[in-house]
Design a protein. Structure first.
Length: 190
């Protein structure tokens, strides 16, 4: 197990820790909302770090190719579903995001069966970054809590988080359409 793969495994292991802190924070324990935010940020940073190290040190493995994007999806999906459960994110937004993820994962599977590798494009990477920023802002808003001194800050962070969430949904749809368009020959679409 090399360092990038270990970071990916750590990211996966942090997902249940994040969820425990998230739900404890929703029970009114503000410290846990702050811890949920911190764990999410740490897990998100391992994503950037593992890819950088793997490319820089030529440590790219099949395990990493499979598990790195899966770990990203598990982390963001867990956060999206947790926020739907608390009513802070509209369910249809998460359905759109998950539908794109399932469709592109299926497309990659079809491509692999034909010996074709579909690498992440810039729109797909931007989609992931936008989703992480939106979720981070929403978690930060929760960590600010009901403190009257923080109300202005919370309002700003909440608006910024929702704006990023809307942008993430739009970029998610665009990047999914881009993948499908680029793979239209593989899918026999004329």
């Amino acid at each position: 197990m090399n360092l990038p793969n270990l970071l990916t495994v750590i990211r996966m292991a942090l997902v249940p820790v994040f969820l425990v802190f998230f739900y404890m924070g929703k029970d009114g324990l503000q410290l846990y909302s702050a811890l949920a935010f911190a764990v999410f940020i740490i897990a998100s940073l391992t994503d950037a770090l593992d890819g950088y190290i793997a490319r820089k040190r030529s440590l790219i493995t099949n395990f990493g190719k499979l598990m790195d994007p899966l770990a990203d999806k598990v982390l963001t999906t867990a956060a999206f579903i947790a926020f739907v459960g608390t009513g802070e994110i509209m369910p249809w937004m998460v359905i759109v995001i998950l539908a794109r993820e399932f469709a592109i994962t299926g497309l990659r599977g079809v491509a692999a069966s034909e010996g074709v590798v579909i690498e992440a494009g810039s729109a797909g990477k931007f989609k992931t970054v936008t989703q992480i920023i939106a979720l981070s802002l929403m978690l930060l808003g929760n960590a600010a809590g009901p403190n009257p001194a923080m109300q202005g800050f919370w309002a700003f962070v909440n608006v910024a988080g929702m704006a990023c969430l809307w942008a993430a949904v739009i970029i998610t749809v665009y990047s999914g359409a881009e993948y499908i368009w680029k793979s239209r020959k593989l899918l026999n679409l004329k």
